[in-house]
Design a protein around this ligand. Structure first.
Ligand code: SF4
Length: 166
């Protein structure tokens, strides 16, 4: 029969194969659960990213969680003072692995214009940061770009398949 497909051809249309790690990374990057740590003006800009206009849901990251135990993405938006530093560290420590961090804005990334004794000069002094988003404040598009860069990073991650808490 000229039009009849072989089993091999039928299977090719209905199956795809991939590495387990690639598949898991794809699932992780497509379903981020962010925990906002908003301390100042950048947090207002963060809220707009969740609005219908910018719609972070398009990137699978709209399910905000205010419990670190249910989150895998910490978005720090705002100035972090020395007094707040232990709180930020504790929240990060309570998040299960695998977890990622975005420093949103100049203050979170470097202390911003607060060259002062009481302000942390970048949250990477306390916790590891995956993505830095520049701006004072960053635009919603800037944060979305940061989330997209993080997704690309997660896509390429290796050795985190069986991540467990420290
Ligand atoms: S970076 Fe600018 S907008 Fe963001 S918290 Fe600091 S001062 Fe406010």
């Amino acid at each position: 029969m000229p039009n009849q497909k072989t089993w091999a051809e039928k299977l090719q249309e209905n199956w795809f194969t991939t590495k387990l790690e690639t598949y898991v990374n794809w699932a992780r990057k497509s379903s981020l659960w962010p925990m906002p740590f908003g301390t100042a003006c950048c947090a207002i800009e963060f809220m707009s990213v969740l609005s219908s206009h910018y719609d972070l849901a398009r990137f699978g990251a709209e399910v905000l969680r205010f419990s670190p135990r249910q989150s895998d993405l910490l978005i720090v938006s705002g100035t972090v003072t020395d007094k707040m530093a232990p709180v930020l560290k504790k929240i990060y420590d309570q998040m299960p692995e695998p977890k990622w961090v975005i420093a949103m804005g100049a203050c979170a990334s470097s202390g911003g214009f607060y060259r002062a004794y009481h302000v942390v000069q970048g949250i990477d002094e306390i916790i590891p940061v995956d993505i830095y988003v520049g701006g004072c404040p960053p635009t919603p598009e800037g944060l979305i770009h940061g989330v997209m860069l993080l997704q690309k990073k997660i896509e390429k991650e290796k050795g985190k398949l069986l991540s467990v808490r420290d």
